[in-house]
Ligand binder design. Structure first.
Ligand SMILES: C[S@@+](CC[C@H](N)C(=O)[O-])C[C@H]1O[C@@H](n2cnc3c(N)ncnc32)[C@H](O)[C@@H]1O
Length: 208
């Protein structure tokens, strides 16, 4: 198993203040897309409003908090405890009530009531953080927790790095892995990325 497959690896980075991916806010290209989603035409409002959304490897939960603010029944899952404590504190301070679950994304579909129950998966720097040999498992899990017709919106990072994390993500990699279970509707250079995050791609894909 790679280091990144172990919870301790991530707990250690947070404990040592080496969480250099931290943006302090939802990633701007994702935030813009989530704020402007037409829920009705995308069938994302099963009960007349935003449905159920999950963010794998959510860290301090900035995307989860944004989803909750937008009315989603939002869940964040992460291996590490420390960022989830911060995420819960931030939710309480903002009067929001998303769920933050400490656990392994790769086992998410086995949690009671999770398989096939989500309308939306939001990806931000989890896909590039796991060992590339597990990318198919990542996509399988996303497919398993979504209902048919559910959507994945993700910011993928073509960081150009040798090794990782973060591991480089190319559009070809995304097409190959996500294409197994998803119809890719959009895969294009992201607009509004922060300067330190050049090479981001916005992916939007629908669970077949
Ligand atoms: C690079 S950080 C990104 C955090 C957050 N998405 C952000 O952008 O600020 C990757 C996160 O994924 C989590 N992670 C890695 N593998 C995981 C797994 N198998 N299950 C759950 N979380 C995982 C780590 O603990 C870490 O918080």
């Amino acid at each position: 198993m790679a280091d990144t497959d172990h919870r301790d690896f991530w707990e250690g980075l947070y404990a040592d203040g080496r969480d250099r991916w931290e943006l302090g806010t939802a990633a701007p290209p994702l935030a813009e897309r989530l704020r402007t989603l037409d829920l009705t035409s995308l069938s994302l409002a099963p009960l007349g409003g935003p449905g159920r959304a999950i963010v794998p490897g959510c860290g301090r939960g900035h995307e989860v908090l944004l989803l909750a603010e937008l009315g989603w029944d939002a869940v964040g899952i992460d291996f590490a405890e420390a960022p989830l404590l911060d995420a819960r504190a931030a939710a309480a301070q903002r009067g929001l009530a998303p769920s933050f679950v400490q656990g392994d994304w790769f086992a998410a579909a086995d949690r009671p009531g999770w398989r096939g129950s989500f309308d939306l998966v939001v990806e931000h720097t989890c896909y590039c953080a796991i060992d590339p040999s597990r990318r198919r498992d990542y996509v399988d899990t996303a497919a398993d927790v979504l209902r048919p017709g559910g959507r994945l919106i993700g910011l993928l990072w073509q960081c150009g790095a040798e090794g990782g994390p973060p591991w480089d993500t190319t559009p070809d990699d995304a097409r190959r892995n996500f294409g197994r279970w998803f119809t890719i509707e959009r895969l294009e250079p992201a607009v509004g990325s922060l300067e330190r995050r050049g090479g981001e791609w916005l992916l939007e894909a629908v669970r077949r």
